[in-house]
Write a protein that binds this ligand. Sequence first.
Ligand code: GUN
Ligand code: ZN
Length: 436
Amino acid sequence: MNARLALRGDLLDFAAAPAWGDTESAAVRYRPDHWLLVEGGRIAGVQREAPDASWQRVDHRGRLVLPGFVDAHVHAPQIDMIASYGAQLLDWLERYTFPAEARFADRAWAAAGAARFLDALLAHGTTAAVVFPTVHKVSAETLFAAAEARGMRVICGKVLMDRHAPEALRDDVAGAERDCLDLIARWHGRGRLAYAVTVRFAPTSSPAQLAMAGALCAADPTLYMQTHVAENRDEVRWVRELYPEARSYLDVYARAGLLHRRSVLAHGIWLDADDHAALAASGAVIAHSPSSNLFLGSGLFDWRALDAAGAAVAMASDVGGGTSLAMPRTLADAYKMQALRGERLSAWVALHAATRGAAHALGLAGEIGSFDTGCCADLCVWDWARGAVAERRHELAVGLHERVFAWLTLADERNLVSARVAGIERWRRADGPAAA
Ligand code: GUN
Ligand code: ZN
């Protein structure tokens, strides 16, 4: 690959966080028909005029160019049981999720699953992700290896679960600690990979296992932590029974040393104002998963309250509770969920939470989520409209917010033309233009 690459298109990213409700925002950086310069896999600049012949050019004129999406919470093995019928969280885990995850004990199965999953992420326009594999060490190893082969920014860790799960999916405190330490030594900080201490959720870890997980985080503050919190009302009741000493579900994690600035907690629907304040104070991020919350009937996330409290929110597909890896679909679901709450989610707040906002919350704003000079050139090219209805709507859109809002409401992975990771094209639609 030529070390100097220039892409022409309508460049859209964020220079700062947009305020809730603003459809006009100085945080939005829109540079229509500009050239994005990529050198050595990193963003080298943006300019209006065509670069000289030392740059290999790709002409995506009339197309939307965005930073690659960041999926803040997604389960790699669950593409095997996505779209499973008729259950809320706890029943859904037992009936569909756990049997699918049990198969990842096998190395060949896990390796094929990891490759299939990461290729699917790229084909949906997502270039970075915080990922749950399964309880099996091999499922984390194969995922890290597959991410490294694709050059992707992936945060992952072996799932911890030592109780309330089928035998084939249970570990124990000592064995799990050994596996974590070994995986951390081999993968954390290697290239674009980072390790997350991965507590499935409070019900499937004993207090001793939560304490072990907290000790791992305390020993190395560069480690991430990922888990689920307050997703479903039956789950919340169960956690209250299992941890009666905790003030709240979130407090179970806080007491174990699992709530910190590198914590990524999925859902956070059934939280109160004290929890919101604790999240903000800790610097942790909620991975908001509207597709999953609607599909599993979990509830309506109070994004506005978290925003007002100063807590970070990043977008997540939560596949296979969520029903699509496509971030535009997730953003459209987020809008509809806020509409049910009587709120209006702007295209800017939504898109920011899937790009620069997610990157910032993960401490990765210097690497992903924007077209800032020096960031990795993880980027995707999208058709503004696909099909007669979207094309008509696009033609009639007045102003940038209207156009982008219609895009995220009507687009899906079929709009994706090209996905690049550190400048290298990792996915291209059959009719997409090649470099010239
Ligand atoms: N809570 C515990 N495990 C899971 C899971 O796999 N998916 C979702 N959505 N919630 C969970
Ligand atoms: Zn999840």
